[in-house]
Design a binder for this molecule. Structure first.
Ligand code: SAM
Length: 263
């Protein structure tokens, strides 16, 4: 268990990383996670599609940044349990010298972090057991692997919803953005409000899940203030620069996102 105090691994309440893993077809989850995940799908059947769309979005964004733009450093906060197409896998396939720092605050992710640390010999990966809500120590630790005087791709995939206070969330994200050099990129994806999504969130909270908030596309766009938002802006994830392998292009998936450049 990679030095994790057992009391930190709470298997009695559902955890976001494990429920997400279940919807992605993974096996790193417990009965409490599976039970809630199945109940949520009853009120919001598309939630596994949100999760899969977000994984595909990660692939397209990292592919674009590492490929056509040439970003070779990534800070991926709210990593989740390792899955196919993790940031370092996509980036290092394009540029074996790419350097990636992963961050999550769930002990289950730390347990599985070894899979995130399987770097190429030319590049580097690191994993930080840290909290988005404390960006300064996070940046300090990340700077041991990443050179913040050069461009970095900041990935915030499905994580800002867990910082429920809008002011705190905006301040936190902008503390991270302030640390990035010009030419860096910021990619954010987050869950959108709908009747079904709100029912899912209410059920999640009733079952003791970590508090989360749904933000409208307009509200999500505010996180990119001061940056150059790339086309097509903040959209339902399958509409963001789809490629031939992008699924669900004919659906509105209630997981939105965008990518912006720091000038
Ligand atoms: C919905 S999952 C998304 C996983 C992955 N980024 C993806 O898109 O497939 C959200 C992840 O954010 C993590 N998380 C939630 N709050 C966090 C916080 N305050 N600091 C760091 N990670 C957090 C959870 O543990 C979970 O692994």
């Amino acid at each position: 268990m990679a030095g994790i105090p057992r009391q930190r691994l709470d298997t009695s309440t559902p955890h976001p990383a494990r429920v997400w893993d279940y919807w992605l077809g993974g096996t790193d989850n417990f009965a409490s996670d599976r039970e809630v995940a199945a109940q949520i799908v009853e009120v919001m059947p598309d939630l596994p599609i949100n999760a899969r769309s977000e994984r595909q979005f990660i692939g397209r964004v990292v592919g674009m940044l590492a490929g056509e733009i040439g970003v070779d450093q990534f800070l991926d906060v709210g990593t989740g349990i390792p899955n196919a197409g993790n940031t370092h896998v996509v980036a290092q396939k394009i540029n074996p010298a790419a350097r990636i720092v992963y961050v999550d605050n769930d002990p289950i992710v730390l347990i599985h972090a070894r899979a995130l640390l399987e770097s190429t010999s030319e590049g580097a990966t690191d994993y930080l057991d840290a909290d988005l809500r404390h960006p300064d120590p996070l940046l300090q630790a990340a700077s041991e692997t990443l050179d913040f005087s050069r461009p970095v791709g900041l990935m915030l995939m499905g994580v800002i919803e867990f910082v429920t206070d809008d002011t705190l969330a905006l301040d936190t994200v902008h503390t991270l953005i302030d640390a990035l050099s010009p030419g860096s990129y910021v990619a954010i994806a987050s869950s959108m409000p709908s009747v079904g999504m709100q029912r899912a969130v209410d059920l999640w909270h009733a079952r003791g899940g970590a508090p989360l908030v749904l933000r409208s596309p307009e509200n999500l766009t505010r996180f990119f203030d001061g940056l150059d938002l790339l086309e097509p802006g903040v959209v339902s994830l399958p509409q963001w620069r789809p490629d031939p392998l992008t699924d669900y292009r004919d659906m509105e998936v209630y997981q939105y996102g965008g990518v912006a450049r720091k000038g």
